[in-house]
Design a protein around this ligand. Structure first.
Ligand SMILES: [Ca+2]
Length: 510
């Protein structure tokens, strides 16, 4: 079941030999991305080799990236074939190499066979073409010299904290609980049993799928974090994609647990892309996202309460592909009380980025003090003092505050939207956004910083009966084959896009 992991000793020797023959390095102009390089986020520094942009990771501020950049800067003027730092210990780094958009499985595998350890996506199945390799910078350059037109860019990936929130275990008995304030605040308490037939993929620390409040609707999906290599779980497994942290079970509960969740009819899939200590790689998310694209059931929501510093171009392209294919991706804004655009994947425009309100103790319309804000925010949701399911037992509960808790409120609303509008999966993103926000209130959240400017919008659960003020006519009966064509007000014209003929329903053994 492990995803492609190629070990090729001889190929490695060839790669090492290629290193010395790479010879004259090209000049390495240092530049900042500008709007003329559209795939580049404005403030992410890179240099090029063989005309391929290389993005070091901005880990821990300056230390990682600046040392690399500075060395390239100093090396560039001399252009000597003699290494400038012959005694320097070359660090092996993890690189995501996004390939050109028409790359094939075979091309990805050919490139992979050049290096000792390599993972690939499955471009022939419609997935974003990429390979992940562990190489020194010099080895990477040698590889790019041999495949200059196959690689779109190289992006360093690091093992890093996902800034998960602390969760307070709550010992109170389950049966005494009523709807948490957040559920009431977005009117999800008025609309129960919703999201039937919709698949919510929760990319997090896993889910305790046996928790009583999931009512048998939670399943093991994919586990990349437990062993570090891709595993497609048996859905009934209680060990694959298991949650030994608590964050994922709390988030999944807010999406769809009975009483504590927004869409308590939805199907919840555990996608373990964060380890039990709260760390992960971007590549783990990429592998899970692209599995949803090629193999996940539809309609699908991807819920990501994942926040790390920086901006991954590969993850932007990955999420863009999902959104273009009818999937809605909902992400947390981050808890740094600053501009959400500085965090990944919060900065990615095609994702729905969720900031948090609730004030100091919950239930207030004030911005949560920790919540990020700014132009990358799409919507606000309850995120302070959120009561939800916890992983300690099948009845345990916990309370936590963070944009990780706000994000799944919106993921649940999206699930309700897909159930109400069976044709939403073939609409474009702006049409789906119109449906999601047809019931919403604006200007309601208080204490949002003025600069950078944030939208002030709170989405609410679509009411059970069609509202007389809208032309939308939700169908409460799941009818996936019906070609309903609601006309989202005010505009745009629905132009259902046929799904690509990928093999997403095929279970691949990797
Ligand atoms: Ca967005």
């Amino acid at each position: 079941m492990a995803r492609a992991l190629l070990l090729a000793g001889l190929a490695w020797a060839r790669a090492a030999a290629g290193l010395t023959s790479a010879g004259d390095p090209e000049p390495v102009p240092l530049r900042r991305g500008t709007s003329s390089t559209p795939m580049v986020r404005l403030d992410r520094e890179f240099f090029t080799h063989a005309d391929v942009p290389i993005y070091p990771h901005p880990k821990h501020g300056d230390t990682g990236v600046q040392r690399l950049l500075e060395r390239e800067r100093r090396r560039a003027p001399t252009q000597s074939a003699v290494p400038i730092y012959p005694h320097a210990v070359e660090t092996h780094r993890l690189w995501i190499l996004e390939l050109v958009s028409n790359a094939t499985d075979k091309e990805a595998q050919v490139l992979c066979q050049e290096v000792e350890i390599c993972e690939t996506s499955y471009p022939n199945s419609g997935e974003l073409p990429f390979v992940v390799v562990r190489l020194t910078l010099e080895e990477l350059k040698a590889l790019l010299d041999r495949y200059p037109v196959l690689v779109k860019f190289a992006e360093e990936d690091v093992f890093e904290t996902m800034n998960l929130e602390f969760i307070d275990a709550d010992e109170s008995p389950l049966e005494r609980r009523t709807y948490p304030w957040g559920i009431q605040s977005i009117n999800a308490d008025l609309s129960r049993g919703r999201g039937v037939g919709v698949n919510v993929y929760v990319l997090d620390t896993g889910i305790r799928t046996t928790h009583a409040s999931f009512g048998g609707r939670a399943f093991a999906g994919v586990d990349v974090a437990t062993t570090g290599s891709f595993t497609h779980c048996a859905p009934s497994s209680t060990t694959c994609a298991a949650d030994r942290h608590g964050h994922g079970t709390h988030v999944a509960g807010t999406v769809g647990a009975s009483t504590y969740g927004v869409a308590d009819g939805a199907t919840l899939w555990a996608m373990k892309v964060i380890d039990d200590l709260g760390f992960g790689y971007v590549k783990w998310s990429l592998l899970a996202e692209q599995w949803v694209l090629s193999s996940g059931a539809r309609p699908a929501v991807v819920s990501m309460s994942v926040v790390s510093i920086g901006s991954s171009m590969a993850e932007k392209d990955s999420i863009d592909r999902l959104v273009e294919d009818g999937v809605t991706v909902v992400v947390a804004a981050g808890n740094q009380n600053t501009d959400a655009c500085d965090y990944n994947p919060a900065w990615i425009p095609s994702a729905i980025t969720v900031a948090s309100y609730g004030g100091p103790a919950g239930s207030s319309p004030a911005k949560s003090s920790f919540s990020n804000y700014g132009s990358c925010i799409d919507v606000w949701a309850p995120g302070s003092s959120i009561l939800s399911t916890y992983h300690l037992s099948d009845t345990s509960l916990g309370t936590s505050s963070g944009t990780s808790m706000a994000c799944p409120h919106v993921s649940g609303l999206v699930a309700i939207m897909y159930e109400a509008y069976p044709s939403a999966g073939s609409m474009n993103a702006s049409q789906r956004w119109s449906l999601l926000t047809a019931t919403s209130r604006s200007g309601w959240v208080t204490e949002i910083p003025q600069s950078p400017h944030s939208v002030n919008l709170v989405a609410e659960a679509i009411p059970l009966a069609p509202s007389p003020t809208t032309s939308l006519t939700p169908s409460l009966t799941p009818a996936p084959t019906t070609s309903m064509t609601p006309s989202p007000t005010p505009s745009p014209t629905p132009s259902p896009q046929p799904r690509r003929s990928t093999c997403r329903h095929r279970r691949r053994h990797r």
